[in-house]
Design a protein around this ligand. Structure first.
Ligand code: NDP
Length: 246
């Protein structure tokens, strides 16, 4: 399904990004994986992907740094000779009620979640245009559609990702490049493990499917959108939230 494709996945060391990497490798793609540093988890993922018979390179790179992203993308295009799929999954939270949120809390979340997405797309778009082919998949959040108390920074960044995705979709639809967003709800990862039990219970009780999502639930949609066969879907936002935001 993804044979002979090269995918760049940001935030791939853990959680949702890691599962997207494993599923894309399983579907036949070679992988360039980006994360802040080459952690044990990142190195063990690289080994697993290589054992699956796929090429896999790690790029330690802060997505909020445009020069570092440009250098990493140029490096991977040189190493792999192509780039077909870009998954913008790197993301952070710095939850606080608005009244206690600092300028730094707000800016950092925007810099990583929104500007990081912009940086990787900017760095990759010429490669996609030259090939006349590209699949851009941005991991947003239902919080970007519904808002959430304690997350004005995060919700704004994810709403921004949705606007960015739709604009890219319009700009490049005629060039063989699609851009879509996935909006997960509550997914069991390190990010949500930081929540206290009461907050988790309150959230889970609002999910009609009555369970937390798994990284695999999200990764399956990413693989679908990455496929050549999804060429007639662009500018879409697919919720993977068990009905949390119907
Ligand atoms: P995790 O916290 O488990 O993993 C975050 C990943 O992002 C790590 O690989 C981390 O790398 C990487 N990362 C963080 N900051 C940067 C940076 N500045 N530059 C490069 N990489 C970075 O997150 P999840 O798997 O839970 O979330 C993945 C995405 O899904 C995020 O965009 C998140 O907002 C979104 N999402 C998650 C939901 C959930 O319920 N979990 C719900 C909705 C959306 P490192 O290991 O090096 O720190």
């Amino acid at each position: 399904m993804l044979e002979n494709r090269v995918a760049l996945i940001t935030g791939a060391s853990r959680g949702i990004g890691r599962e997207i990497a494993l599923q894309m490798a399983g579907a036949g793609a070679d992988l360039a994986l980006m994360m802040t540093h080459e952690s044990e988890q990142a190195l063990s993922l690289q080994q697993t992907v290589q054992q699956m018979g796929r090429r896999c390179a790690l790029y330690a790179c802060d997505v909020s740094d445009p020069d570092a992203v440009n250098a990493a993308v140029a490096g991977l295009v040189k190493e792999f000779g192509r780039l077909d799929i870009l998954v913008n999954n790197a993301g952070i939270t710095r939850d606080k009620l608005l009244i206690g949120m600092t300028e730094e809390d707000f800016t950092r979340v925007l810099d990583v979640n929104l500007k990081g997405t912009y940086h990787t797309v900017r760095a990759s778009i010429r490669t996609f245009l030259r090939a006349g082919y590209g699949r851009i998949i941005n991991i947003a959040s239902v919080v970007g559609m519904m808002g959430n108390a304690g997350q004005v920074n995060y919700a704004a960044s994810k709403a921004g990702v949705i606007g960015l995705t739709k604009s890219i979709a319009r700009e490049y639809a005629a060039k063989g490049i699609t851009a879509n967003a996935i909006a997960p709800g509550y997914i069991d990862t390190d990010m949500t493990a930081a929540m206290n039990d009461a907050a988790r219970e309150a959230l889970l009780s609002g999910i009609p499917v009555r369970r937390a999502g798994t990284p695999a639930d999200v990764a399956r949609v990413a693989v679908f959108l990455a496929d050549e066969a999804s060429s007639y879907i662009t500018g879409e936002v697919i919720r993977v939230d068990g009905g949390l935001y119907i």
